[in-house]
Design a protein around this ligand. Structure first.
Ligand code: ZZB
Length: 260
């Protein structure tokens, strides 16, 4: 699986994060959450970022001196072997931090109409896929739409500041069958009530991927008016050229390492 590793710079850590960051000099290092996405062309519509609250993340040195990456250890190990970390083949962990401690962090969302977004919890983030950091595009991803709606409804229960969820879905792709807010359309059509409706969400995701990729047209950004199929690699290349992202590969059916 070929992902785009999006560099979301942390601008402000919540109080809970600091106890895990004591060994890191925040004044000289830039820290990035690395989100793995298959949909770089949707980055205009990022409204927040998701972590698994119960997952453990590590902090690693990126290729550029002074750049640190937050992702799962499993992803860091893949990155090390792809030459994406400081020393090829070496996974040097500077520290670990729980997803829960990152909730409420203010981070940069490259290309998004919302320049700064917040980190929110998502129970369904898999530790076995991507980096364990998921950038959220509720206009294109049914999972993101369902989780963001749920968190908004129950902000108090989840102990979340409504300020962190203030951004609405952005129309970025127009499609003939599902309009320009594909995820919302499909969640309503398939009567998805919550992130627990996993079967319908899987179906919605499949439908959304196909409709956007084969029939979608960009309605925002540098490739406004172009087909998604055409715009996708261009947006990705632009992000990479600007140092905002890198290619991150994951072997198909990868064996999960014992270190998790
Ligand atoms: C932004 C985005 C915008 C995404 C969209 C999807 C969509 P897949 O399809 O199952 O292979 N993702 C990445 N890592 C994880 C993880 N560890 N756990 C749960 N979800 C994860 O998964 C790839 C997509 O799932 C990624 O692309 C990411 O969300 C999320 F409009 O990034 B995507 C119809 C989907 N639309």
């Amino acid at each position: 699986q070929e992902y785009t590793g999006l560099k979301m710079q942390v601008l402000n850590f919540p109080d809970a994060a600091h106890e895990s960051l004591t060994s890191i000099d925040l004044s000289i290092n830039k820290i990035y959450m690395i989100a793995a996405t298959l949909r770089p062309e949707t980055m205009y519509g990022q409204t927040n970022c998701f972590v698994g609250p119960n997952l453990t993340y590590g902090i690693y040195e990126g290729l550029v001196p002074g750049e640190l990456y937050i992702c799962t250890r499993r992803a860091a190990s893949n990155m090390a072997f792809q030459g994406l970390l400081r020393e090829r083949g070496v996974v040097k962990e500077l520290g670990t931090i729980k997803g829960q401690q990152l909730v409420g962090a203010r981070i940069n969302a490259p290309l998004s109409v919302y320049r700064e977004v917040y980190v929110l919890p998502m129970e369904s983030v898999l530790p076995t896929k991507g980096t364990g950091v998921v950038t959220s595009v509720p206009s294109g991803s049914p999972d993101d739409y369902a989780t963001l709606s749920e968190l908004r409804k129950k902000a108090e229960f989840y102990n979340l500041n409504p300020e962190w969820m203030k951004y609405d879905a952005v129309p970025i792709i127009n499609t003939p069958s599902f309009g320009n807010l594909t995820a919302e359309f499909l969640c309503k059509k398939l009567k998805i009530q919550s992130p627990k409706d996993v079967k319908q969400l899987a179906e919605a995701k499949e439908l959304a991927y196909k409709e956007d990729f084969y029939h979608g047209v960009m309605i925002i950004g540098d490739y406004n008016g172009e087909k998604v199929e055409v715009a996708k690699p261009k947006v990705r290349q632009d992000l990479i050229k600007q140092g905002l992202a890198f290619v991150y590969n994951e072997p198909e059916g990868q064996v999960i390492s014992r270190s998790g």
